[in-house]
Ligand binder design. Structure first.
Ligand code: ADE
Length: 226
């Protein structure tokens, strides 16, 4: 997968991609991440990319020209499966969206900004708008990092034990069951006996029951999904 991220703050994002599983995914050449600083596409000598809002009001707005030039440049090189804009009023990111995105070849993410961007960008360039929750961040960089992380770890080969992505919470619309490791007893708190029984049919049943129980308690709406 190739991932192009357009941002006003590339430094905010770059270190995030230099660690752990995301780093390994790039080293294995399963994902190729590129950052594009919107300031590089500024149309004036100050290097600014925002301007006053038509109609007045407080706050500046990111203009359409630098964004259009940047997106056009990238689209000249390859076709994009999705051009995503991060915004609190976008569609809520879910595991099934991440699954779908993880199978794509080329994805572009335009980080939103608290100042807002010219609406024509959203109308004419963006194919998908994603939110990571009903709260407002100062910019879309954290949202882009969250989306990228949840997608990249699902690309086949990224996780060393491929089944571990399949048993994640939210795959199959169920929350994962509790897990335990040694010691078997700590301050009198014991690991459930069934997990020590060696009976795999019973263990699978116990894990499934705990998943359903947790989902009912914590995310009941997931049980109504297809
Ligand atoms: N930008 C600001 N807040 C956001 C959110 N909750 N999700 C995605 N992008 C955002």
């Amino acid at each position: 997968m190739r991932l192009d991220i357009i941002t006003l703050f590339p430094n905010m994002l770059s270190s995030f991609f230099e660690e752990s599983i995301l780093k390994r995914a790039q080293n294995k050449q399963l994902v190729d991440v590129h950052f594009h600083d919107l300031h590089d596409y500024s149309q004036n000598s100050y290097g600014s990319v925002d301007d006053y809002a038509y109609g007045g009001g407080a706050g500046m707005v990111i203009g359409i020209e630098p964004v259009a030039l940047c997106i056009d440049d990238l689209k000249k090189e390859r076709a994009y499966d999705e051009i995503i804009y991060t915004a609190p009023d976008g569609e809520m990111l879910t595991q099934s969206t991440s699954n779908r995105l993880s199978m794509m070849q080329n994805i572009m993410i335009l980080c939103g900004h608290y100042k807002g961007i010219d609406e024509r960008i959203r109308e004419h360039f963006i194919t998908m708008e994603l939110s990571i929750g009903d709260y407002v961040l100062t910019g879309g960089e954290l949202a882009a990092a969250v989306i990228s992380d949840s997608v990249i770890r699902l690309i086949p080969g990224v996780l060393s034990d491929e089944t571990s992505a399949l048993s994640d919470s939210f795959q199959n619309n169920l929350i994962s069951p509790p897990v335990y490791t040694r010691p078997v007893e700590f301050r009198g708190w014991r690991v459930p006996d069934v997990l020590l029984s060696g009976n795999h049919a019973k263990i699978d049943q116990w894990r499934y029951d705990r998943s359903v129980e947790r989902t009912q308690q914590r995310r009941p709406h997931l049980l109504d999904l297809e």
